[in-house]
Structure formats: structure tokens, C-alpha cells
Design a protein around this ligand. Structure first.
Ligand SMILES: [Zn+2]
Length: 405
């Protein structure tokens, strides 16, 4: 979700984004509706009518996917999970729920809320689109609504396939988790189902391509690949969280980092610190407090004849709040902060005093331990505590791109 996205007004206090890839798929859907689907469903109307039906159908699909994601988000929020936002993108929608569900029943209810919303919308569209009594005089509106009803039924059913990270896969995970009380095992099985379903979609896509439906087939292949990838990364995230989730920064930091006094002159800094310890940068510390950071890039702003007379404090870069983490913070929080702030390392503070350093590369090593030793994660047993986790997003997908015509 790193590509450019447009921010829409919040709904129910939840930020809504549209990834630019959505506009690409919306244009394709609109075109296929105007040129193929609606003329086939309701022949004999003038051209502009199909155009308006296509615009309404595409906007309607947007709203329906949004409602599906809102249903997930509202239920998750009711259980105290934080919602980062909802994004619509090329494959459908994503609700970014920042916390893992703390128990199987929460996971089940959050997951099932989306398909239930789509199912209710499908029934409502179907009921309103029946010629008698509401829309009898407006066949174009009735046809568009009937079509949206079908799309929502499809969204509900597709997302109920028990293939993690689809909603059905989360329902499966909740059931398995409940059954054995083993969150890691439940994720492992449901992600394996997600992988299998992805393979099935890829095979089906190639079959469809070979038998004449080139665009629809290729779309299936792409969605299958996306699902396999999402299932694998969802499982990997869970492993990392399970191993790192219970750890504190204090457990894994490098204690007592080498620091420089602000009064040290640059020449001494080079000979006594840089040449000896080979670190990228050093904290500048006075009375236990980090004042800033100094390293080669700052020294490079001076000429060598200035080295002997310039104190480090004149060239150091001041630290900002995201450079620090509390010694009792969770490792997953540290991981998130490193990712969000684009930092190489965090200074670890205990009541404002520097007590350690946490390098991003140490966390990478730990995270790869988690994936190299699945047994470690399996034996984690229960879910990581809800506040520690950053959940893989809730997908709704795929977009029913229907380009047969
Ligand atoms: Zn969903």
C-alpha cells in the first residue's frame, strides 16, 4: 500500500483513502459495464443511458466495498482495536486494523461482519430492484441495482472462501484457534488454505486464458498470485509477532552505547571514536541526556584544519522524538517506529537517560530467526497481546473485473 493514494473525508471517524490503482480498475469496470454488461442485460436503450448506468454501477461498487470494510472496522473498533484507515485499491478494499483480535470470537465477528454487510446490501438491492413496486418505471435504475445486488452477493461469497487472508480464511482461523487454542497453528493452516486457493485461481486463470477468455483469465492469475503472496506475508508477520511480541526493548537492546561528550573536539572524536569503533554515528550525551548525533557526514562539512578547534556540539544533528524509545516498550512497537520514521536505530531511554541502542539490523536478525525457526513460533501458542500486534489488513477482493465482452 505504499503507492500514491488520495485522502477522502473520514467516515465514522475512520480515514478513507483511494489508491491510484483503483482509478485504473474503475475505468476498466466502467468501460466493461457500458460497452458489454448493461447492453446485454437491458437491450434497446440509447447510448448515454448505458454510460450513466456504468457510472452509477462503478460508484455503487465503490460504496459497497467501502461499506464492507466499514463493517469490519466498526466491529473491530467495538472490541477496542485501533483502525488506521480503509483503502480502496486495484484488488478491492483493505481495512487496516492496527491490532490483532485478542480472542477467537473477536476474530470471527470482525471477519464475518464484511460478508454479512455485503449480503445485506445484496438483498436490499435485489428487493428494491424488483419491478414491483418501487422502480417499475425506471428499468435502467432497476437493472443497475440488480447488477449491484449480484456483485455484492459475489463479494460476500468470494470473501467467504476459507483462504487466509480472505474473510473466510479468518473465520477458519478463528474456528481452529478456538478448537486447539493454538493461534500459530491456526494461522499456519488457514494461510496454507490461502496458498492453495491462490494456486487454484492461477490454474483456473490459465485455463480460461487458453480457452479464449484472455483478459478474465489473466485477471484470475494476477489475483491468485496476490492471494498467495498475501497469505505468505500474513503468516510471516504472525511468526515475527509471536516471537518478538512478548519481548521488551530492554531484552534485545545493546546496553551502554558508546557516546561522545559535546565538548570533545572533532579531531579527538575521529581518532578516539570513529577509527576505533567504526559506527555510523554516535550519540552526543551530556549528563545522561542525548543532545544529538554526530558522524562522518557532519565531520565532512568541515575542512581538516578546523578539526582541532571545533567541538562536536557545533556540528551535531539534534535528535527528534521518533529517535527515542522507552526501555520498557514492546519490540513490536520499536519495529513499527523504525519502519514509520525510516530510522536505522533508536536510542533507548530510561526516565530520559540513555541506557541502550536498538539497531534495525539486530531486529532484522531476530525477525529472520522467527521465520527460520517456525517451531519457535508454533510454541508461542497463544496470540500476541493485542496492543503489540500490527495485523495484516482485511482484504475485500477481488474487484469483479468482468471483461469477457
Ligand atoms: Zn472483508
Amino acid at each position: 500500500m505504499a503507492s500514491a493514494r488520495l485522502k477522502l473525508p473520514q467516515v465514522l471517524g475512520i480515514p478513507i483513502f483511494v489508491d491510484l490503482s483503483w482509478f485504473f480498475v474503475a475505468a476498466l469496470i466502467g468501460w466493461s459495464l457500458a460497452a458489454g454488461v448493461f447492453p446485454a442485460l437491458l437491450p434497446g436503450m440509447p447510448g448515454p443511458v448505458y454510460l450513466w448506468m456504468a457510472v452509477a454501477g462503478t460508484l455503487g461498487l465503490f460504496v459497497c466495498i467501502l461499506l464492507h470494510e466499514l463493517a469490519h472496522s466498526v466491529v473491530a473498533r467495538a472490541f477496542g482495536m485501533r483502525i488506521n484507515g480503509i483503502t480502496l485499491f486495484v484488488f478491492g478494499g483493505v481495512a487496516e486494523i492496527a491490532d490483532e483480535p485478542g480472542r477467537p470470537s473477536h476474530e470471527f465477528l470482525v471477519a464475518i461482519a464484511g460478508p454479512v454487510a455485503s449480503g445485506v446490501i445484496a438483498l436490499a438491492c435485489w428487493a428494491v430492484s424488483q419491478p414491483f413496486p418501487v422502480l417499475g418505471g425506471w428499468p435502467a435504475a432497476a437493472t443497475t441495482l440488480a447488477y449491484l445486488g449480484q456483485l455484492n452477493a459475489y463479494l460476500a461469497l468470494f470473501n467467504l472462501v476459507p483462504a487466509f487472508p480472505l474473510d473466510g480464511g479468518r473465520v477458519l482461523r478463528a474456528a481452529l484457534w478456538r478448537l486447539r487454542g493454538d493461534y500459530a497453528w491456526a494461522t499456519h493452516v488457514s494461510a496454507a488454505c490461502g496458498d492453495l486457493f491462490g494456486l487454484f485461481l492461477i490454474a483456473l486463470g490459465f485455463w480460461n486464458t487458453a480457452t479464449g477468455d484472455v483478459m478474465g483469465g489473466l485477471w484470475g492469475v494476477v489475483i491468485g498470485m496476490f492471494l498467495r503472496n498475501a497469505a505468505a506475508s500474513g503468516y510471516r508477520d504472525m511468526q515475527v509477532r509471536t516471537v518478538l511480541g512478548g519481548m521488551r526493548v530492554a531484552d534485545i537492546m545493546t546496553p551502554d552505547p558508546i557516546f561522545v561528550s559535546p565538548q570533545a573536539v572533532v579531531g579527538d572524536f575521529l581518532t578516539r571514536y570513529v577509527y576505533r569503533y567504526h559506527h555510523r554515528s554516535f550519540p552526543v550525551v551530556w549528563d545522561g541526556r542525548v543532545m544529538g548525533v554526530v558522524g562522518i557526514p557532519q565531520v565532512a562539512t568541515l575542512t581538516p584544519d578546523e578539526w582541532a578547534a571545533t567541538p562536536v556540539r557545533d556540528i551535531m544533528v539534534p535528535c527528534e522524538e521518533p529517535d527515542f524509545i522507552a526501555v520498557d516498550a514492546g519490540v513490536v512497537d520499536a519495529l513499527r517506529r523504525l519502519g514509520e520514521a525510516g530510522r536505522h536505530r533508536l536510542w533507548v531511554l530510561d526516565h530520559g537517560r540513555l541506557v541502550g541502542v536498538l539497531a534495525a539490523r539486530d531486529l532484522v536478525v531476530l525477525a529472520s530467526l522467527a521465520t527460520d525457526l517456525p517451531a519457535l513460533a508454533r510454541h508461542g501458542g497463544t496470540a500476541p497481546s493485542a496492543r503489540d500486534a500490527s495485523s495484516p489488513p482485511h482484504f475485500t477482493g477481488p474487484n469483479p473485473l468482468d471483461i469477457h465482452t
